[in-house]
Write a protein that binds this ligand. Structure first.
Ligand code: FAD
Ligand code: A2P
Length: 398
């Protein structure tokens, strides 16, 4: 018994090295795998090295736009990498400073069709002389009760929602009208807005059709309430530079924004308010069917007398004057007559051109500008997009 116990103990002891050996083998195996794993997952120094020079390569003059393009490149999972500039950003706007949205401080859509402002009519009078064709009125609305206040700047438009319903029993849609007053209003108190409205009338099947909104506006009386929306539009804004040159091409009620510009430039009480000391040249080409249809004529004559060096006024009275071909005299004919002087102005980068009124005049103006440019050895089809891109060619036709 003693002998066999000793045998068992001796046998057990004899296994110890074997167990230790197996244990050592297992430990060595797992250690090796753990080392291999750690090696495989070690952070890769090489990648970090690549990143740094990339950042360094960024020139300090890089712009936000470029940065945006890069971000698109690196984050895009798609193979289509968009490298175009964001819309409405011109290449010459790129500077090494935060980009301010163009005209970001100009008010827009303070009132919308769902909740228009109800303005009170202050005055509504005809702008035409005896013998004139049609009906064109100057209409002023009181804005002082608007809350939020309906403010605007020269060159913007407002919407008018005519009373009543359309043929489908729905409220009439709004129509846009260019603002004819400066931000200080005709009373210089800064709480009115004025429009210059021609009543639309045409013949159809032997019947005279009256335009809905223009007739409504020409008929409203002082004290009436009118639904107003807006202001809208940034196309026809004046430049801030006091030494800019402003060329204006207007037909009929297209004079509306120009009246606001000219008041801002030359109307004594307005100038006191705005402290904008215009020193450039303003040149108005005005198209009207008859002399009796010329709008704001007395004011314009006064500006000519008071500012002969700064204001030039050229009229095309279509049904009283003839062009060289014996046809009706249009503003584009006047543009051609003045081609040299006009293009001398346009070549000056301080010159802006504004076109407002009948949509139909656009091809005629384009043709005249093409010829006028040719006379100066210039190519209008190349020049016009350049002027547009530079924010110097402004068009609002309807
Ligand atoms: P509607 O009753 O709307 O009738 C117009 C419709 O009549 C046309 O759409 C067309 O279908 C039809 N029609 C028109 N003429 C004829 C014709 N000869 N033969 C057959 N059908 C015809 N107007 C101004 O008076 N002053 C402004 O300062 C002014 N500024 C504007 C600024 C902008 C930005 C825009 C877009 C327009 C501006 N207008 C301005 C035009 C104005 O918005 C209206 O379009 C215009 O007053 C006619 O509206 P209405 O409701 O009287 O005519
Ligand atoms: P006309 O009507 O004699 O052909 P109003 O709005 O008061 O009628 O004025 C618009 C002026 O613009 C009118 O003298 C009109 O001439 C003129 N006009 C009409 N069509 C064109 C055109 N395609 N290009 C330039 N002027 C035009």
């Amino acid at each position: 018994m003693v002998y066999s116990q000793a045998k068992v103990i001796a046998g057990g002891l004899a296994h110890i090295p074997i167990v230790i050996g197996i244990f050592y083998f297992i430990m060595t195996f797992f250690n090796k795998r753990a080392l291999e794993y750690a090696e495989a997952n070690k952070p890769k120094k090489v990648e970090k090295k690549v990143e740094k020079p990339q950042l360094k390569e960024k020139s300090p003059a890089r712009t936000k736009v470029e940065a945006k393009v890069d971000i698109k490149k690196t984050t895009s999972a798609s193979s289509e990498i968009k490298t175009e500039l964001p819309k409405n950003q011109e290449i010459n706007n790129i500077e090494n400073k935060p980009m301010k949205k163009k005209h970001a401080d100009v008010p827009v859509n303070i009132y919308r069709p769902k909740m228009p402002y109800e303005g009170t009519v202050i005055e509504n009078y005809s702008l035409l002389k005896e013998g004139a064709i049609g009906r064109v009125n100057h209409i002023t609305f009181d804005l002082k009760d608007s809350d939020p206040f309906l403010n605007y700047v020269e060159g913007q438009s407002i919407g008018i929602m005519p009373a009543g319903e359309d043929a489908n029993g729905k409220p009439h849609k709004l129509r846009l009208y260019s603002i004819a007053s400066t931000r200080h209003g005709d009373n210089f108190e800064g709480n009115t807005v004025s429009l210059c409205v021609r009543q639309l009338q045409y013949e159809k099947d032997g019947e005279t059709i009256n335009g809905v909104c223009s007739t409504y506006l020409c008929d409203i009386k002082p004290g009436d309430k009118v639904k107003i929306t807006g202001p809208v539009g940034k196309e026809m804004l004046l430049p801030e530079e006091e030494d800019s040159n402003i060329v204006m091409l207007a037909t009929g009620t297209g004079i509306a924004p120009m009246r606001a510009y000219l008041r801002r430039m030359f109307e004594a009480s307005e100038k006191e308010k705005n402290s904008w000391n215009f020193r450039g040249k303003a040149w108005l080409f005005m198209g009207a069917p008859k002399s009796a249809n010329l709008l704001y004529e007395e004011d314009l004559q006064r500006y000519l007398t008071n500012y002969p060096d700064n204001f030039k006024y050229t009229k095309a009275i279509s049904r009283e004057q003839q062009n060289t071909k014996g046809g009706r005299m249009y503003i584009q004919d006047r543009v051609l007559e003045s081609a040299n002087e006009l293009f001398n102005m346009i070549e000056d980068e301080k010159t802006h051109i504004y076109l407002c009124g009948l949509k139909g005049m656009e091809p005629g103006i384009d043709e005249a500008m093409t010829k006028a440019a040719e006379e100066k050895g210039l190519n209008w089809s190349e020049l016009r997009p350049q002027l547009k891109k530079a924010g110097r060619w402004h068009v609002e036709t309807y």
